[in-house]
Write a protein that binds this ligand. Structure first.
Ligand code: SAH
Length: 359
């Protein structure tokens, strides 16, 4: 197993079979070995710096019906909300004061917000906070829409592929939703010039080790700048309510593998990881992640953006979340920085590596 891990470290990829054996046969000691290598890699590029993104969950209306998701259209019990433009801007205002330099606008696919509305929103935020990055995470849109958002100033786009296997995708989504379109969106976003994030849930219903290997190989092909993964966690009002949650250990192993594959990528320790274990996010950082995404949404709507059960940080104010995460990161020897935290190609690190270690 060590030889396989060493090969992943030097070659940054493995064959599908080798990924499968790594994922199924890694002992806890092997994982520790891999995490150590992964920490070395993130340390080389980022030192002990952790980037933060302020997450603004601005609508939980959704036209899609993903079987795993608590805000799916079919969930009649979900209490729906939308933030107004003013509310969103006020989230940015408090976020800016707390040191956030990236705002992530995430939501269900809510047709109430037209492409023009999103353009307006992005423009306003970029005008008010020219030193900040705006990330969109609003699902599958037309190429034209993606271009308009980019022209309006959106810097990044998060769109998890969810699973790279079309059959598996078909079991997680209703017939109208397909993997091909989602993947085409990702390639389009990359071509337009966004910093692109993709990812998947670990332990989603019916997922096999081969599926995970396929996810890794798809990511190898796409070469995204960001990869977000987290365990699948059931939501009581979905068709998958009785499916077991994904495991923390496997999620951590995959974070470590992704760090070895994409040394300078932005990899968050996600809220879902923090939900299945009280120290999940710290463990994520120690497995190779380098980003955290505290919630900036107004407290009154936080419980309503319930993708899965028992989601953490739904009762706190933005400032509490920010400082809680700061002390969590400090407890493991890392520090949150006030920085846009853009993706930088490997070459651009060469001149700056020394200054990272100076600080
Ligand atoms: N509508 C946007 C944002 C989706 S929510 C989009 O389509 O991209 C963000 C992510 O939450 C999803 O991509 C999915 O991977 C994750 N998610 C949804 N339900 C989940 C669950 N039950 N457990 C864990 N993660 C979940």
């Amino acid at each position: 197993m060590r030889a396989l891990i060493d090969r992943l470290y030097t070659e940054r990829t493995l064959s599908k079979e080798d990924f499968c054996s790594l994922l199924s046969r890694c002992t806890p000691e092997d994982s520790e070995y891999l995490f150590k290598l992964a920490r070395g890699v993130s340390g080389k590029y980022f030192g002990n710096r952790i980037y933060v993104r302020g997450l603004i969950e601005f609508t939980n209306y959704c036209r899609n019906d993903c079987y795993y998701c608590g805000i799916r259209r079919g969930n009649r019990s979900a209490e729906r909300y939308r933030l107004t433009k003013e509310e969103i801007l006020s989230c940015c205002e408090s976020g800016y004061g707390l040191g956030f330099r990236t705002f992530v606008l995430q939501g269900g696919e809510d047709p109430f917000f037209t492409d023009e509305d999103i353009v307006e929103l992005v423009r306003t935020i970029k005008k008010s906070y020219p030193d900040c990055a705006v990330t969109l995470s609003i699902g599958e849109k037309s190429e034209e829409a993606y271009r308009k958002f980019f022209q309006a100033g959106a810097d990044r786009y998060l769109l998890r592929h969810e699973t790279a296997n079309a059959q598996h995708y078909g079991r997680l989504h209703p017939p109208g939703q397909n993997l091909q379109n989602r993947m085409e969106c990702l390639w389009t976003l990359k071509e337009i010039g966004y910093q692109v994030g993709t990812g998947f849930m670990v332990g989603s219903p019916f997922q096999t080790v081969e599926n995970l290997a396929e996810d890794l190989l798809f990511i190898r092909q796409l070469e995204p700048q960001m990869v977000g993964i987290g365990p699948y966690i059931p939501h009581h009002d979905t068709p998958f309510a009785d499916q077991p949650a994904g495991s923390m250990e496997l999620t951590l192993l995959l974070i470590g593998i992704l760090r070895l594959m994409l040394p300078n990528a932005l990899i968050p320790a996600t809220t879902a990881l923090g939900t299945i274990h009280p120290n999940g996010r710290e463990k994520g950082i120690l497995a190779g992640a380098n980003v955290v995404m505290p919630n900036l949404s107004p407290v009154k709507v936080r419980k309503k953006y319930e993708l899965y059960d028992n989601k953490i940080c739904t009762g706190e104010e933005a400032a509490e979340c920010r400082f809680c995460l700061q002390s969590r990161m400090e407890s493991i020897g890392y520090r949150i920085v006030v920085d846009r935290g853009d993706f930088r190609p490997v070459k651009k690190f060469e001149n700056t590596v020394r200054s990272f270690y100076d600080v």
